[in-house]
Design a protein. Structure first.
Length: 285
């Protein structure tokens, strides 16, 4: 099964209300006047990192990409649960884990270890506390809103290819937690860019039942000569969000398009409709 097919099958199972129909990256649980936010991500050898990669960098990235999903909810991280595959350079992994937890003031709450015989797999469940209600989702973009993205897309791609100036963007991304908290009270929809700007814009527009009209020339890319690749490669962990036109953007970001009534496709790029998600970014399976 492909990732899309598997997710479709999961949606037929009994779902907790906090799962938001599996249309979002995080689950929500309300306890009294608090809302807790949960996210879970996995990294696998030969898929998300090379066998020769520094496990200190792997540990950093594993936590950072989970925190990035919390950032898109405007959440304050509380802690993580770790799933660790023994057998590699485990002390190097712990070194990187310590560095990322200290960098973002996050605590380890527990987890599990396993001694595997194949490729290494690591996972983290991140737990956060909502800083505003309603908690932002992918599903609130409305016609007339403006579409924004923070930072520059494509830096991780260039870092993966060995460009020294961008290697940290690939190996040790920094979740935009402060920016997410600043945006949360104002956005109509928000998510982080993990699988490629175009694919994630397609997903957010589809979840919201609208069309995102994006102007390619307004998208900030790390290499203008490879703009199309920069928008599709992913691993950027920037924030993609929509704001009503009368709301000034409270963080540094680029306005890359507008939200319009749902047309023939969830996404239009420089006036051309994009009907399907194939080739827009990274999909498993």
């Amino acid at each position: 099964m492909t990732e899309t097919e598997f997710l479709s099958a999961l949606k037929t199972l009994p779902l907790h209300p906090g799962a938001r129909g599996l249309k979002d990256d995080c689950a929500l649980i309300e306890i009294g006047d608090e809302t807790l936010i949960f996210n879970h991500d996995v990294m696998a050898e030969d898929v998300h990192f090379r066998p020769e990669a520094s496990l200190a960098d792997v540990a950093w990235k594993l936590v950072a990409l989970n925190l990035s999903d919390l950032a898109a909810k405007g959440a304050e991280p509380l802690g993580i649960l770790l799933g660790h595959s023994l057998g590699g350079n485990d002390m190097q992994f712990i070194k990187g884990l310590r560095e990322v937890l200290e960098a973002f003031d996050v605590k380890l709450m527990g987890g599990d270890t396993v001694a595997g015989t194949g490729a290494s797999t690591f996972s983290v469940t991140a737990i956060g506390r909502a800083t505003c209600n309603p908690v932002p989702s992918r599903m609130g973009a409305a016609p007339g809103d403006n579409v924004y993205v923070t930072g520059t897309v494509g830096r991780a791609m260039l870092g993966f290819e060995g460009e020294r100036a961008h290697m940290q963007a690939f190996n040790r991304p920094r979740p935009l937690l402060a920016e997410g908290r600043a945006l949360a009270p104002h956005v109509s929809a928000m998510m982080d860019v993990s699988d490629g700007l175009l694919l994630d814009a397609f997903r957010m527009a589809e979840a919201s039942g609208v069309t995102f009209s994006i102007r390619q020339e307004d998208v900030p890319v790390a290499d203008p000569a490879r703009a199309d690749e920069c928008m599709r490669w992913g691993d950027d962990y920037e924030l993609l969000f929509t704001l009503p036109t009368d709301v000034p953007c409270p963080v540094a970001a680029s306005r890359i398009g507008t939200v319009v009534e749902r047309g023939a496709a969830p996404l239009m790029l420089s006036g051309e409709p994009i009907l399907g998600r194939d080739g827009l970014g990274y999909l498993h399976g």
